[in-house]
Write a new protein. Sequence first.
Lengths: 275, 275
Amino acid sequence: MKPVTADRISLNTATVKAQWGLAECIEGAARHGFGGISPWRDVLAEMGTTAAARAIRDAGLAVSGLCRGGWYTAEGALTQAVMDDNRRAVDEAAELGAACLVMVVGGLSEGSKDLPAARAIVAEGLARTLEHARGAGVPIAIEPLHPMYAADRACVNTTAQALDLCDALGEGIGLALDAYHVWWDPELAAQIARAGRERLLAFHVCDWLVPTRDLLTDRGMMGDGVVDLKGFRGMVEAQGFEGLVEVEIFSARDWWARDADEVLATVAARCLEHC
Amino acid sequence: MKPVTADRISLNTATVKAQWGLAECIEGAARHGFGGISPWRDVLAEMGTTAAARAIRDAGLAVSGLCRGGWYTAEGALTQAVMDDNRRAVDEAAELGAACLVMVVGGLSEGSKDLPAARAIVAEGLARTLEHARGAGVPIAIEPLHPMYAADRACVNTTAQALDLCDALGEGIGLALDAYHVWWDPELAAQIARAGRERLLAFHVCDWLVPTRDLLTDRGMMGDGVVDLKGFRGMVEAQGFEGLVEVEIFSARDWWARDADEVLATVAARCLEHC
């Protein structure tokens, strides 16, 4: 495998969300020689999509994805507000020229214990958004989230489940595979092979810390945890994936508390050594 | 479905581990009219297996399981110490007349990132323990643990994966299904049907809290979380499972801090209402 040099890294803005807005992320990613960026929609909204698209283009960065659409279950049904928000997310991704729109699909609806019902809402919501996304030329990337988020963030929790959705929905939809969410899966190798190049739209890395002290904000820098990231990249690239390695680390107690340039320098060094 | 009256409940001793030793658990379970108990081996060792077996029998309680054997990866290989400990666990389960020996199989070995290697150690370890267990008449119950424990507790993380192991290993081995660990699984219904009556050896309940504040010790009392426990029991009992409903709640910030009799009374009320 080719080493993950800085030009092959994409900075997910959540990695330095406590330190930098989007303009600083764009400048910082370029300054550290990164190949791309992946903005979250909150920082994108602050900067404005048109201004952001121009700044990213001027900085010579690719957009490995836009985080995120989805949350189909947020209102218990596919309301106009939910569908409109996803439509806007598609349009923003198109304006940015993003490689995909990443979908965090939503968990159980408020007060519900019915996971199959949540999953049915998600399937229908994805189908509807996909129609618009195809027209806009934006690939939709379902991100299976770790099962510990099934209740409150995403009820798509395995690669197999996400691929079943892709199979049902047809062209224009695939996966955003984040090592943090799927590394544990005994079917991982088989499901990555099943996905193939066409369905592999994004590849995210961080690391699983032992112990993990918080379910949401205690992700590790690559090399500080137990995930075989080189092995994971090998499986993805064996299918022909040629996209950027996107680094997305939620770390309230560690990396969000450091100087952002130190974080990016560490990301570059760790990708080279551990990814 | 028949309601879960107290006589259909088994008290897993971990539920009141901060308050009671095994003798108090036996007396308490009997006092609250529970049908059984499931001791952990630490409290069993304190009381002594022979004394515990007698006290449990005298109290009229069944033993829904012994927690736990396994930890095959603890020393990086199947050392004599690891295998001997599992042999002793089988013998203790036999002396207690336990319905099964519950296996928490172990996670990654120290310093390893190789999950497939850990899983191979576990498969071989289970095969060896199973030989002894068959002779002793003790059913082995693999407990698939939530994927958030893949690194540090158990690298068997789905019901399908546990059943694949059962299929490979043959007679005398099945599942301990804990709602907390498997409730999120999109394949749950299909895999419970695949297991069938013969492989369903134990059925554990508690609840998944939103938010969950600690990966290990923030499990919820039935009804306080989002798991469809009635639906889960329905699937298990539809296969013919007739064992006790074992209540196992790790709750450092709540139930471990309460009076143990209050906990048992709450367990009884909640099982009736929510399980």
